[in-house]
Design a protein around this ligand. Structure first.
Ligand SMILES: [Zn+2]
Length: 468
């Protein structure tokens, strides 16, 4: 048999993850994301590749959403409500619960944008979510008589899963995004030695071996402290759920220890909402949070207060965590436009920024940033990037491959220029063929036919005895 894989998004790129997999005659869509760097048709995967006549439900057997980040689920309401896909969609319980919140946030940001109306409505999001079938960790869920799905813990963000798909003797693992090191609120990704025919893995940090977590945390706090001590304002763009909680716990701890009096804010409403989800899905967090949650909820913050738009022009130092993380709209971009001209201020981008976003432009050292067609600002503030993204680094990716021992590896969700280095390491150090297809390029893998044979135990015993 042949396994066929075509990335419609995330092939030699980060953004709009969407990978078509044909396994044992079943067609599966792995993630249905949008690209944060584009406002035109390129923001969505090229669904025409699947069908020009819109017969998606006849062709696709199921859709899998690995986690709630918009580059993995942002095109889903468009695919179901506008394109008309009506088949099953699978996601973990936390992903199903949190995904609509982020989709609605994005819809609002897009509606406020001058690029045109949002591609779907609130009603579309609700109708789409009704079609999502929630599934649990470490249980095998039959999609039909032949295809079965199993979910493993991926770390990364609350509810993120790695998906094992099996039809007969053929199997594929799709990692989505994952993290091989535990952090302050989530555990590390884990998979058993399932020996799939193919492992499709993210490779965001394909060539990076990250500095130790402690050093990164120290650096982050030191930068903030120095800036506010000089009277500056620090902006930290984050996504509502995920790194935000990690960094808030860190700052709360530091503020208490150092007896800091500089005000700290978080985009209004988000902490409360995040809190509710972490309480609801406490089983998905790490051991420490699980055991201490009864006495003390680490997400009940003492220092971090809700943000109010009028604070943007207040004099004096402050620290603000604002969404979204890639600075592509919303509060983080509005505040950036106000603060970026002052060299006393600082922006710390704690995650990955997709090409095309204002965040990526700031990181590349651009001095002039276009906020929208009518406003361009000059960047005088200090710019720092500290990688707190919960992605596996090169060491972590190799570790996961060693854990599950696939016959082939495919790299997606990474930068084209960085993939060859990791591909070479996987092939040389682990002896496993590695593929790095671009969007729209198909990879065919022949799976070894497994022929059952009967062996007479007596004959084996004779051979063993003869060989000594
Ligand atoms: Zn992610």
């Amino acid at each position: 048999m042949t396994i066929r894989v075509v990335p419609l998004g995330a092939g030699q790129d980060v953004g709009r993850s969407c990978i078509l997999l044909s396994l044992g005659g079943k067609n599966i869509m792995l993630d249905c994301g949008m690209h944060m760097g584009y406002q035109d048709a390129r923001r969505f995967p090229d669904f025409d590749y699947i069908s020009r006549t819109g017969q998606f439900t006849d062709i696709i057997d199921c859709v899998i959403i690995s986690h709630f980040h918009l580059d993995h689920c942002g095109a889903l309401p468009y695919f179901t409500e506008v394109c008309g896909y009506d088949g099953p969609i699978y996601a973990t319980y936390p992903t199903k619960a949190i995904m609509p919140v982020l989709l609605e946030d994005m819809r609002k940001v897009m509606t406020g944008h001058r690029a045109g109306p949002a591609p779907f409505t609130s009603a579309d999001i609700a109708a789409c979510m009704d079609k999502v079938i929630p599934i649990d960790l470490m249980q095998t869920h039959p999609v039909d008589d032949e295809l079965a799905i199993r979910v493993y813990y991926a770390g990364h963000v609350l509810g993120a899963g790695m998906f094992h798909l099996q039809v007969g003797h053929e199997s594929v693992v799709y990692t989505g995004d994952y993290n091989m090191t535990p952090d302050r609120h989530l555990g590390a990704a884990w998979i058993d030695q399932c020996r799939p025919d193919l492992l499709i893995t993210e490779s965001t940090y394909a060539t990076m071996i990250r500095s130790s977590k402690r050093a990164r945390e120290r650096d982050f706090l030191q930068k903030i402290h120095e800036c506010v001590a000089q009277g500056g304002k620090v902006l930290v763009p984050v996504f509502a759920l995920g790194r935000a909680q990690e960094l808030c716990i860190l700052v709360e701890d530091y503020w208490a220890r150092m007896d800091m009096d500089c005000p700290v804010f978080f985009s209004a409403g988000l902490t409360e909402r995040a809190n509710a989800y972490y309480k609801l899905f406490i089983g998905w967090t790490n051991e420490k949070i699980k055991t201490s949650f009864v006495d003390h909820n680490v997400f009940d913050f003492r220092y971090i207060k809700p943000w109010d738009a009028s604070l943007v022009s207040h004099a004096g130092p402050m620290l603000l965590f604002a969404t979204p993380g890639m600075l592509h709209g919303g509060i983080s971009l509005e505040v950036f436009a106000q603060w970026c001209g002052d060299p006393k201020n600082m922006i710390i981008l704690p995650g990955y920024c997709a090409v095309g976003t204002a965040g990526a432009k700031v990181l590349s050292g651009a001095r002039e940033i276009q906020i929208d067609p009518r406003q361009t600002v000059t960047v005088n503030m200090a710019v720092a990037n500290l990688s707190f993204s919960a992605h596996a680094d090169a060491k972590g990716i190799l570790q996961l491959i060693t854990m599950c021992r696939p016959r082939h590896v495919m790299l997606v969700h990474g930068e084209r220029t960085k993939m060859p280095v990791l591909k070479e390491r996987i092939e040389r150090e682990l002896g496993i063929p590695c593929h790095t297809p671009a969007n729209g390029t198909a990879v065919h893998l022949d799976t070894a036919p497994r022929v059952p044979v009967r062996i007479d135990r007596g004959a084996v015993a004779v051979v063993v005895a003869e060989r000594g």
